[in-house]
Design a protein around this ligand. Structure first.
Ligand code: CMP
Length: 142
């Protein structure tokens, strides 16, 4: 089915100047960028976005990393977009990511792992709505 998923290019990858290379991978996989914005997340935004991880030991480091520099946030749309984006990203820990995935090629550690992608259609809906209103999506399904 045609789905949407939320993608974030994290501060490490923005600093490395590889936004375009990562966008190319989305496009080559048949995913369309239907909304995008670059922002420097506030602490409140980062804590709110990652609220489900609040009790995890890495939460503090995650929030400080995600607020350390600008991020590029986009909504990807296409057939099976959620799993397609997760396949492109590779495993959360880049040391375990398959060769040729975004994290294998651009990430250095589980904390600085280049990209975020929604893990299900349900979390995608919540995550897209966290950053975009419906009228900001230039979606083909509207
Ligand atoms: P992300 O997909 O953005 O979701 C939460 C992030 O927490 C994850 O990517 C990792 O960058 C980071 N993180 C750090 N340690 C862990 C861990 N042990 N398990 C899962 N995520 C972790």
């Amino acid at each position: 089915a045609t789905e949407r998923t939320l993608s974030i290019i994290k501060p490490d990858a923005v600093a490395k100047n590889v936004i375009g290379e990562i966008y190319s991978r989305f496009e080559k996989a048949g995913l369309r960028i239907v909304a995008a914005r670059m922002i420097h997340l506030s602490q409140e935004q980062a804590e709110g976005f990652y609220a489900e991880h609040k009790e995890r030991p890495f939460f503090g480091d995650l929030v400080s990393f995600m607020t350390s520099g600008p991020v590029m946030i986009q909504v990807l749309e296409g057939e099976d977009a959620v799993i397609k984006n997760r396949d492109l990203m590779g495993a959360t820990n880049p040391a375990q990511a398959d060769a040729g995935t975004i994290r294998a090629d651009f990430a250095q550690s589980i904390d600085e792992n280049a990209v975020h992608g929604s893990d299900s259609v349900e979390s995608a809906a919540r995550e897209v709505a966290f950053f975009f209103t419906e009228d900001q999506l230039c979606s083909r399904t509207r």
